[in-house]
Design a protein around this ligand. Structure first.
Ligand code: PAF
Length: 281
């Protein structure tokens, strides 16, 4: 695995592959890697000849009172994992390399950027769009792969690509879960023992909500029941049942739906979702 700190050096490496018609896939990460990230790498390897993984804890997607400083930094473990996965190139840029002209951002993340996670983290998706756009600029990949746990992020990146006519195909991988159902996340490292034991109830309640909808219960009833059950263990930031294609309210003929939620467990914020087809719609 080659390691690059400078965009120019990475570009020289990628250009030699591009000139022999090799396809390139990018997996952007903030490090703190877990099995979920490795599934993204596998997907990238199934799509392209050369896989680049970036590790950059992007300051613009954290608000001032968030966990930028304490975000898990596990670089030597990350490197071992990526080498074990036969990744071709690891890109570890500095802040200056990513933001040579400063971090002012005015990306239009649309209405969707202000909903759900965007309501409680108003600058978050703007920062994500800024860094992803910059990484696409540097790497110029044919494909880029993201996880479905960050479902709203995935839709926003797809619309960024569409609105700016970027020449990259966005692919996604389903949420990887621990044996007890908890969605894999770098932030799970923040959970103490007691909270770690409670955390799987989050996915369990979302799964129960899915089953209830599949059995014909109304979304209003399911929302209310799930909210009150989630509140037993968590502080609920939001819980919504929406059209999975665009995160708008569901209509009678909406078949692809998403149950999506963010909760707090002590100091830790967790997000999760389930996407499924409503029967008989
Ligand atoms: O999902 C993440 O880890 C980050 O939001 C991303 C896409 C790497 C941008 O910093």
């Amino acid at each position: 695995m080659k390691m690059f700190e400078r965009s120019g050096d990475l570009q020289v490496f990628l250009d030699t592959h591009r000139s022999s018609n090799k396809k390139i896939a990018l997996v952007p990460t903030m490090g703190g890697l877990h099995d979920g990230h490795l599934r993204l790498v596998e997907k990238a390897q199934s799509l392209a000849d050369v896989v680049v993984v970036s590790v950059f804890v992007n300051p613009t997607q954290f608000a001032k009172d968030e966990d930028f400083d304490s975000y898990p930094k596990t670089f030597s473990d990350d490197k071992i994992l990526l080498e074990g996965q036969s990744v071709d190139a690891l890109f570890i840029p500095s802040k200056n390399e990513i933001y040579p002209n400063g971090t002012l951002s005015n990306y239009d993340v649309g209405e969707m950027g202000g909903l759900l996670c965007g309501a409680s983290r108003p600058t978050h998706f703007n920062g994500v769009a800024q860094v992803v756009n910059r990484l696409f600029d540097i790497v110029n990949p044919n494909y880029s792969v993201f996880g479905e746990k960050d479902y709203q992020q995935l839709l926003i990146i797809k619309s960024l690509v569409e609105n700016n006519n970027l020449n990259v195909l966005i692919e996604s991988v389903s949420t990887q879960r621990e044996i007890d159902g908890l969605a894999m996340s770098t932030r799970n490292k923040y959970l103490g023992n007691k909270d770690r034991q409670k955390a799987p109830f989050f996915y369990q309640q979302l799964s129960n909500a899915k089953t209830a909808i599949e059995q014909g219960d109304s979304t209003e009833f399911v929302m209310e029941k799930t909210l009150s059950e989630l509140r037993v263990n968590f502080e609920v930031e939001y819980l919504e049942i929406l059209n999975a294609n665009n995160l708008t309210q569901i209509a009678t003929n909406t078949s692809e739906i998403i149950i999506i939620s963010a909760i707090r467990l002590g100091e830790t914020r967790l997000i999760d979702n389930i996407v499924f087809r409503r029967p008989n719609v």
